[in-house]
Design a protein around this ligand. Structure first.
Ligand SMILES: NC(=O)c1ccc[n+]([C@@H]2O[C@H](COP(=O)([O-])OP(=O)(O)OC[C@H]3O[C@@H](n4cnc5c(N)ncnc54)[C@H](O)[C@@H]3O)[C@@H](O)[C@H]2O)c1
Length: 305
């Protein structure tokens, strides 16, 4: 199958590209390299260095004639969205709308959309949150992703089937250790350099950490379709930031103490998302235990130093 992956030079998108190629698909990548890396793009995929919002994105569709579009390109940071909500909406809403319009015009059969389970449900009372929990995002990022979901659904009317995957906190090799998102990559890199990581708040806040290779597998299953649907892609398990820091200290050999700073606006306190719908609909369950995924991440960080 011919697949176009947007954001395929980024952290998750590059693993999705690898998974498609390993399954025998033909892959083209669209990425403006704002956050992505040319060398993360598998050499068997064709990279177009283009912004989602650029008019000449149309040329890529004309040349590649993709059957499936897997949409990972985004402004993906909660903190950046709070600082600059307009740019967040420009990329995540208008960029997504532009892409979907081209999908409809070029008879794309299916769209797989990377959404968020961590930033769309607000602060749920009952955890793990299910897909039918009211969508009450606390950040501009959560709002723009929710708008992206609505546009994806809207284009079903133009014949494009869809799969929306609401990710928990994805972690693993290639996550940016220098950004402000991705606590595991940031802590692992700091500890390997012998620097104390900074925990925002007291560290009792929880996240649902899902390993990136499990997420890439979910994308393959969601591509097979044909039914449209939405599912959480997480583990359903809450892990505190303090626990993650402890595991990473053991794996990296760090003996110091973490620093603490004020909690950051827009971020939820506790979250985990229920993956049972993904099990029924896609036959997907997460298989990588946290400590194994953390070990692979620390090994990758070590190899890139
Ligand atoms: N990392 C997570 O835990 C997580 C959780 C939920 C959802 N997501 C979603 O998964 C997707 C990938 O996230 P990631 O963590 O890999 O982030 P990332 O920043 O590593 O990847 C995003 C990619 O999109 C590219 N990009 C950004 N703006 C673009 C534009 N205007 N035109 C073309 N390319 C552009 C970047 O260069 C980058 O390569 C995003 O849609 C994000 O919202 C991520």
């Amino acid at each position: 199958m011919k697949v176009l992956v947007t954001g395929g030079a980024g952290f998750i998108g590059s693993h999705v590209v690898d998974a498609y190629l390993a399954a025998g698909h033909q892959v083209a990548v669209v990425d403006n390299l704002a956050r992505g890396h040319r060398d993360y793009v598998n050499s068997s995929a064709r990279l177009y260095e283009i912004d989602l919002r650029a008019q000449h994105l149309r040329d890529v569709f004309e040349r590649e004639q993709p059957e499936v579009v897997n949409h990972h390109a985004a402004q993906a940071s909660v903190v950046a969205s709070v600082a600059d909500p307009r740019t967040d909406a420009d990329v995540n809403v208008l960029g997504t709308l532009h892409l979907l319009t081209l999908c409809a015009q070029h008879r794309v059969r299916r769209v797989v959309f990377a959404s968020t389970g961590g930033a769309i449900y607000g602060e749920p009372q009952d955890l793990p949150a299910k897909e039918d929990h009211p969508a009450t995002p606390l950040s501009p990022y959560g709002i723009s992703k929710l708008a992206g979901e609505s546009y994806v659904r809207y284009f079903q009317g133009a014949g494009v089937t869809w799969a929306i995957l609401r990710y928990a906190n994805v972690y693993g090799p290639r996550q940016d250790p220098h950004g402000e998102a991705g606590v595991i990559a940031i802590f692992a890199a700091a500890m390997l350099e012998g620097r104390a990581p900074t925990i925002f708040g007291d560290g009792t806040q929880t996240r649902d950490f899902v390993f990136v290779e499990d997420v890439a597998r979910a994308n393959l299953l969601a591509t097979a379709g044909p039914t449209s649907g939405l599912a959480n892609i997480g583990t359903g398990v809450e892990t505190s930031v303090n626990d993650v820091a402890r595991h990473l200290a053991t794996l990296s050999g760090f003996r110091g103490k973490a620093l603490h700073a004020a909690p950051r606006p827009g971020e939820v306190y506790r979250i985990s998302i229920d993956p049972s719908r993904a099990a029924h609909w896609l036959g997907w369950t997460p298989t990588t235990p946290l400590v194994d995924g953390l070990r692979k991440t620390v090994e990758w960080c070590r190899s890139t130093r």
